[in-house]
Design a protein around this ligand. Structure first.
Ligand code: FES
Length: 79
């Protein structure tokens, strides 16, 4: 089963805009979902003013909230 690759920008701008909340959201996913997510921190996705930025399977998504991240992950895992 392919894993969903979730890259969260941990650069300074995204950190200040809430990236840590997104990392905690990943860590707190139910185990069945967490096991299917490959999480990576990346240093900058070149869209610093629109953070926090997340790249999922190669697509960068700006201004992501924790709830949006959960929704995006579940949409991708269960589509
Ligand atoms: S610091 Fe996140 S896009 Fe640059």
């Amino acid at each position: 089963m392919n894993k969903l690759i979730v890259e969260i920008c941990i650069g300074t701008s995204c950190h200040l805009l809430g990236a840590q909340d997104l990392i905690e959201t990943i860590q707190e996913l139910p185990e069945a979902e967490r096991a299917r997510v490959e999480f990576q921190g990346v240093t900058c996705l070149k869209s610093c003013g629109k953070g926090p930025n997340v790249r999922i399977n190669g697509v960068t998504i700006p201004s992501v909230t924790p709830q949006q991240l959960i929704d995006i992950i579940r949409d991708n895992l269960f589509k």
